[in-house]
Ligand binder design. Structure first.
Ligand code: NIG
Ligand code: FE
Length: 411
């Protein structure tokens, strides 16, 4: 099955060869072709170029996209979309003056989600989570990372990871799974964090690996959660099973998590709302992608990741949603890039690079996703008629999507 899209006003994020990532000043460059065509065959990008170079070919289907643009689907490299229920009450509590940290200290927060998740069946969890997955696909996301971490018992963590596996099997969106056992210390281990880490390392991790349920390993490295030593112990254990680190660091305090990530060759270090000069320095010349989550800063009212400082220092940056019930109940990547432009002073080019090719890198998917490139998956967004691609972040709170194609098919 071949489909040809013609008269595309602008084809965005085109690549001759799959790139690894873009960093520093390069992030301001967004390669595009004006008045373009795109040919797809089955689930793959076959050819693209300028309309004037369109070869005469016989195709199964042809579509004229006059005035519309095509860009790769968003690559959301950090989410927690498999969860149970919601935390709307905590949202109200925060409006009434409690802080996110105060709510967590009272047994709310992650422990609240863990309690809700432990009570429901795998089937019910699948139903609730698949709704969110369908929602983000419609909003233009074509690859997503999903974490466990709301189970906090062996049974419940495996339940979450099995749901992620089933979602991956049943939907055309690319999914990577992360085992986030060390998300919080569960109630039963309140004064025995070491005991919980022993359980994670000696009991849960081997089962996760045996059932092949995770690609990555994560830990919430933060005051009141897990220390740098805890994180290093866990990452070392994960290494044994080939689990690559992608870790939560520097959300509220800079305690050395970034350095631990670099030391363990983390694929990404995520959050980074609190960044010291030495944290930025430690990422230079590393293979670790820094990931910013502006919707989380927006929802919690905490600082934004200092994107300007980081990009101007030559670093790459990826943008992700952090979709979860506590700190970011939204997986709208269109809002993420708008917020990155408005609040973090990223240019539209930087934001689009960060949410496509760099997001793909942060999931080890840059060879198949994140750009319009021959041989990559036919995953792309067709926009409405818009004057320029800057209109995508400019239209904040809205989106300019007319259609989303995943693996060659409209969804
Ligand atoms: O990335 N910070 C840790 N984990 C999640 C939120 C967890 C929650 O509140 O449920 C985050 O923001
Ligand atoms: Fe997160």
């Amino acid at each position: 099955m071949t489909t040809l899209f013609t008269h595309i006003k602008e084809l965005i994020q085109v690549e001759e060869y799959p790139n690894k990532m873009v960093s520093g000043a390069e992030m301001k460059l967004l390669p595009t072709i004006k008045n373009a065509f795109l040919l797809i065959e089955n689930n793959t990008i076959k050819k693209f170029g300028k309309m004037k170079d369109l070869p005469t070919i016989k195709v199964d289907k042809s579509m004229n996209l006059e005035g519309k643009m095509i860009l790769p689907t968003w690559c959301d490299s950090h989410t927690h979309i498999v969860y149970a229920g919601n935390r709307e009450q905590e949202f109200i509590d925060r409006i009434n003056g409690l802080s996110y940290e105060e709510i967590a200290q009272k047994g709310g927060g992650i422990l609240n989600s863990a309690h809700q998740l432990q009570l429901i069946s795998e089937e019910e969890l699948y139903q609730q989570s698949s709704k969110r997955l369908e929602e983000i696909m419609k909003l233009g996301t074509g690859a997503v990372e999903i974490k466990s971490g709301y189970g906090l018992t062996k049974e419940a963590e495996l339940k979450m990871l099995r749901v992620i596996k089933k979602l991956n099997k049943n939907y055309p969106i690319a999914i990577k799974a992360t085992y986030l056992g060390a998300h919080a210390v569960p109630v039963d281990y309140k004064n025995n964090k070491k005991g919980y880490l022993d359980l994670v390392i000696n009991e849960i991790l081997p089962s996760v690996a045996k059932e092949n349920l995770a690609d990555f390993i994560d830990v919430f490295c933060e005051k009141g959660y897990f220390t740098v030593e805890d994180a290093e112990r866990l990452l070392k254990a994960g290494e044994k099973y080939g689990l690559i680190p992608k870790i939560h660091v520097n959300q509220f305090h800079a305690i050395g998590g970034v350095q631990a990530g670099v030391k363990f060759k983390a694929l990404s270090v995520d959050h980074l709302e609190e960044m010291r000069t030495e944290d930025i320095e430690s990422l230079k010349d590393s293979q670790t992608m820094p990931v910013a989550l502006p919707s989380c800063s927006y929802f919690l009212g905490i600082p934004y990741t200092p994107a300007r400082k980081m990009i101007d220092a030559g670093l790459p940056l990826a943008l992700a949603s952090d979709y979860n019930p506590g700190s970011t109940p939204s997986g709208n990547m269109n809002f993420v890039i708008s917020t990155a432009c408005i609040k973090m002073k990223m240019t539209p080019e930087e934001a689009i690079n960060a949410a496509t090719i760099n997001g793909a890198y942060a999931m080890n998917l840059e060879k198949t996703h994140g750009s319009i490139c021959k041989g990559k998956k036919a995953n792309f967004i067709i926009t409405e008629q818009i004057p320029s691609y800057g209109f995508i972040p400019y239209s904040f709170g809205n989106h300019k999507i007319e259609a989303v194609y995943l693996e060659g098919n409209p969804i």
